[in-house]
Structure formats: C-alpha cells, structure tokens
Design a protein around this ligand. Structure first.
Ligand SMILES: C[S@@+](CC[C@H](N)C(=O)[O-])C[C@H]1O[C@@H](n2cnc3c(N)ncnc32)[C@H](O)[C@@H]1O
Length: 219
C-alpha cells in the first residue's frame, strides 16, 4: 500500500486509509484492512472533510507522527480518530461543546492514549488552558457563523509560531443567502493578519459549499 502523505495510505480501491492505533476497533463502521503486521482503517471522504480535502488534491498535510493538535469540533471522533492515527506519537486535544456526541467521543479516546476529550465551548478557549500545551496544528470544523473568530482566538492562545491551521468552512453556516465562493473568500481575508494562506480546496463533490483552508501562523 502506497504512503501518499506521512501516515496516510492509498488503498487498492483508491480510497485513503490510516494505520489503526487501536487494532480491531472501529470508530464509525469503517472498513478494517489487514496489511502485514498492521491494520489500516479506511478513511471515508463522505464522512470526513479532511479525507475529502486530501482526495481533492490538498498538497499540505501539516500533521505528522509527533504533532500536537488542537481539534475544535471533534463531534463523535470520526476525523479526530484518523488525526490520532497520523499523530500516533503526538497528542490530539479534542474539543466538543455538545454533551450528546461527547459520550461516544470519550469511548473513542479510551482506546487511544494520544486523544484527550475536552467538553468546552471553543468560543471560550481560556477555559481549557490548564489542559493543554502550545500546539503545532489547529484543526477546526465548527459550523458556526463566527468560525474565523473562534479560530483566531484559539490560535492567539495555543498555536506555536510557524504552526499550521486546517479550517473546514461551511459557507451556509455563515451566510446562506450569498454564493459559497464569496463567503469563503471573506473568511480567507479574515485570517490574513495572523496567517499566510497556503491552500484553499473546494470539497465538492464530497461536501457542497465547503472548503478546506490551510495556512501557517506567520508574523
Ligand atoms: C460538523 S461537526 C464536526 C464533525 C467532525 N469534525 C468530524 O469530521 O468527525 C461540528 C461539531 O462542532 C461542534 N461545535 C459547534 N460549536 C462548537 C463550539 N463553539 N465549541 C466546540 N464545539 C462546537 C458541534 O457540536 C458538532 O459536533
């Protein structure tokens, strides 16, 4: 199986997969694939915007084996678990504000030593300061009107200089009356004071009116 990004493999059926940090365990019903001594988990682009972005040709995947990642909007851990597979010797601080997905997220974290569940509102990042260190990457997938503001607040407090962000933008959550391209351009513009934008990838056909933005924190 070919490794196309660090820790991300292309299967024979041209799907993505990551090495399962919790062999034998599924997170969302994904296919498990035996590969010699190890086991891979298929990474479904219809369930994960990061998988969709990679299949759409995202060039920069800033998450590495030892990365520490602040993941905002972890839900039940679908994408966060693949991030945990990739950052196998790092940490994935997984913030989720809703109690309903949190119980499933805690179960996923039980199987994975590098995943830490945090029940908190990402609008108030100061509340989780005692739980985390500065991170290499912030991944955010929060369908809120003020998603750029949330990312900027968290980056100010927790992202290392030279660290990366991956921001999944859903234009309809910001303004359902405007064209997606124009809403996404406005979100990119909001980031430019703190970040150098590296890539903006449209997630169609996997997700309508969504984009993934990758940027680096640079003065
Ligand atoms: C689109 S879902 C995330 C899906 C997930 N990233 C995945 O790919 O597996 C958005 C999640 O963000 C959470 N959320 C919304 N506002 C939030 C906030 N202010 N702080 C933390 N989580 C929030 C929601 O409860 C929801 O679970």
């Amino acid at each position: 199986m070919k490794e196309i990004y660090p820790g991300v493999y292309l299967t024979e059926g041209d799907r993505l997969a990551t090495v399962n940090l919790a062999p034998g365990r599924r997170v969302y019903g994904e296919r498990l694939i035996a590969d010699g001594e190890r086991e891979l988990r298929e990474w479904n682009p219809a369930r994960s915007k990061l998988s969709a972005a990679l299949l759409k040709g995202l060039k920069t995947l800033p998450i590495e084996r030892k990365s520490s990642v602040l993941y905002l909007g972890a839900a039940t851990g679908t994408t966060a678990s693949h991030v945990s597979d990739i950052a196998a010797e790092g940490r994935v601080f997984s913030v989720e504000s809703s109690v309903t997905p949190m119980s499933k997220l805690i179960e996923v974290c039980r199987d994975r030593e590098n995943m830490i569940p945090i029940l908190a509102d990402a609008n108030r990042p100061e509340v989780y300061a005692p739980l985390l260190e500065e991170v290499d990457v912030i991944y955010q997938d929060i369908a809120q009107r003020n998603q750029a503001e949330i990312l900027l607040k968290n980056s100010d407090l927790y992202l290392k200089e030279g660290g990366h962000i991956l921001l999944a933008v859903k234009s309809k959550s910001i303004d359902s009356t405007r064209k997606a391209g124009s809403v996404i351009s406005d979100e990119v513009a909001k980031l430019k004071d703190l970040f150098r934008i590296l890539e903006v990838v449209d997630l169609e056909p996997y997700e309508k009116d969504h984009a993934m933005i990758v940027a680096v924190k640079a003065p």
